[in-house]
Each structure stands twice: as structure tokens, then as C-alpha cells.
Design a protein around this ligand. Sequence first.
Ligand code: GNR
Ligand code: NI
Length: 183
Amino acid sequence: MPIRQILTAPDPRLREISKPVKKVDDELRALMDDMLETMYDAPGIGLAAIQVGVPLRVIVMDLSDSDDKPEPRYFVNPEILDPSEDMSVYEEGCLSVPDYFESVDRPSQCRVKYLDYDGNEQILVAQGLLATCIQHEMDHLEGVLFIDHISRLKRDRILKKLKKEQRFKKVMDEDAPTDGLLQ
Ligand code: GNR
Ligand code: NI
């Protein structure tokens, strides 16, 4: 099961609105398997399909301690129901905005309705990190990144640094010796 490449901001694909899944079939399960492996490899605690360039409403997650038994979770066509009035703040990061962390306020509790790995409907009550992470991933399905919840000044500074790093990586790739030169 291949690890897929994770898109990083400001890749325009991260701004796409993901489409509902029509059917939870083996092809979709293969995508979810790849996503989970990609997330573990990164490593991260959640991943939305658009982060690997697939604009479908699919999320994988594992909030277990890395030393403990894995607890993968799969959310297909998730919907947030009755978010709480009270908010929690969490220092968020994102695999598509590597190496930056900022405080984000979100409803501290919500319910989530979704289809699981087998296509069965589930409803889950989420609080704490699970609530934060689900809302972070739901944002990805709407083309929203956690940096959209912080000040414009901070966001622009982060995006500028990411662009600069990407230019640098591109130049390094172009200058890298080919196999021929190495022989
Ligand atoms: O790995 C991740 N950690 C994280 C930490 C705080 C709040 C949200 C997250 S999700 C992130 C992985 C990711 O980018 N998912 O989209
Ligand atoms: Ni993210």
C-alpha cells in the first residue's frame, strides 16, 4: 500500500471543496488505507483526502499514543451536528502547513454523523482533541486551513516562508546530479 505525497500550502488544490462519496467500496477503502499509511508515516494524527490530492469527503485519524495499539478511525461524508457554544483553544499544526503551530479557537464539543470503513452510518460525540481534530479535518473538506483562523499578518508571514522554502527545494532538485553524473 503506497504512501502518497502530501500537498503543502499554498497549493491551490488545498482550496478545493471536496465532493461527497457516492459509495463506500473497495476502491475507497484502498484510498483510506493509503491515507492512513501516509498519515502514520508523516507522522500526523489526522488526514483529509484533499491533502493527498483527492477531492473526496474522506478523513482518517488516529489519536492513540504512538507506543500503544493503533486506533485508526475513518470518516466518510462527515457532518458536524450541534457544535457547543463553549470554545476550546488548541495549538494546531497541519501536515499541509509543515512546522508551524498556532492557537485556534473551536467549539469544544460536537456530534459527528458519518459513514465508517464498512459504509455503516455512525454518530459520535466528540470532545477534547477528537473534537478539535475532526473540525480541523472538516475544514480541509471545505478548502479551509487552520491558518485561515489566525490573523492575516501571521498567515501571510507563514505563507511567504512556505513559498520561499518551496522555491529553494525546487532549485535543489534541478541542480541535483543525475545518475549519469554520479557514475
Ligand atoms: O497531525 C496533526 N496534528 C494536529 C494537531 C492539532 C490540531 C490538528 C491537528 S491535525 C494534523 C494533521 C493534519 O494536518 N490534518 O489535516
Ligand atoms: Ni491539516
